[in-house]
Design a protein around this ligand. Structure first.
Ligand code: FPP
Length: 256
């Protein structure tokens, strides 16, 4: 690889994915929607393995949005059941592989049994340092920002924070993602080209990659295509080319 190519290789520390198209995949096969979600879990397992192989440190998956609560009750329950099965079946593999689970979203809407299973898995895997899998559940970007703003307002009212000193970096610590770096690459499958309320604050400078492939058909090869595409991107974070010379500091509050 030439020096020029090396220099253009943007680091990929955090990959975020909007896993879309399970329902359409199932419909195409003449199967019920939940069969698409089942197959989607198999894709999750493959993608996690591949992320570990290529050295990605954070993988954020949009597994259930705040809006998904509006789906038919039967589908919501089936998705929660799938989640519980996923946690149980992957537990040992996560522990052996150093995979840490983190959950973002409004847990208060989840059932007690789901909340407990998530808390147990987070606790058990807390020492994992190979890959952090961030599951967005009952998650909405606006909701997350609103919850952070309310925390800040409470702190301001109690006098524990000086509002003038709040900057991007400090505000970020009030988000569910707290100490997680911002995503470098955001993939959405199934041909839709929207962010749909995922990581609204955090994805401000993420590179976006859209593919027509439906999530159950996504695989290691498709992941490599996305990574290859990302490697060709030139990330500027609002700066000029000259300012992006190696070693230059990025603007305050933009941690990439
Ligand atoms: C979008 O497809 C997918 C979801 C709303 C759920 C994603 C969930 C999984 C992949 C399985 C559960 C995940 C884990 C980690 C256990 P869609 O149903 O909106 O598809 P459509 O747009 O084709 O209808």
């Amino acid at each position: 690889m030439s020096d020029q190519q090396q220099q253009n290789m943007a680091p990929l520390e955090h990959l975020a994915i909007i896993m879309d198209g399970n329902g359409r995949w199932a419909k195409n096969q003449g199967l019920p929607r939940i069969a698409g979600h089942h197959q989607g879990v198999q894709t999750v397992i493959q993608v996690v393995d591949e992320c570990v192989k290529v050295g990605i440190r954070y993988l954020s998956l949009f597994a259930f949005s705040s809006e998904n609560w509006g789906r038919p009750q039967q589908e919501v329950e089936a998705l929660m059941e799938l989640l519980l099965q996923f946690l149980a079946s992957q537990r040992q593999k996560m522990l052996d592989g150093g995979i840490r689970l983190r959950v973002i979203g409004d847990r208060s809407r989840l059932t007690e049994s789901v909340r407990q299973a998530l808390a147990d898995a987070e606790k058990e895997t807390a020492a994992g340092t190979t890959l952090t899998m961030v599951l967005a559940l009952s998650y909405g970007g606006r909701d997350e920002i609103l919850r952070a703003a309310k925390k800040l307002a409470e702190q301001a009212v109690s006098g524990s924070v000086d509002l003038q000193s709040i900057d991007n970096k400090q505000f970020s610590t009030l988000l569910d993602t707290q100490d997680i770096p911002e995503p470098d690459l955001l993939i959405r499958t199934s041909g839709e080209q929207r962010i749909s309320n995922f990581l609204l604050w955090q994805a401000a400078y993420a590179e976006l990659y859209f593919t027509d492939v439906l999530w159950p058909d996504f695989n290691a090869q498709e992941l490599h295509k996305a990574i290859e595409d990302y490697r060709q991107r030139k990330r500027r974070f609002g700066l000029t080319d000259d300012q992006l010379q190696p070693g230059r500091q990025l603007p305050e509050g933009e941690n990439h």
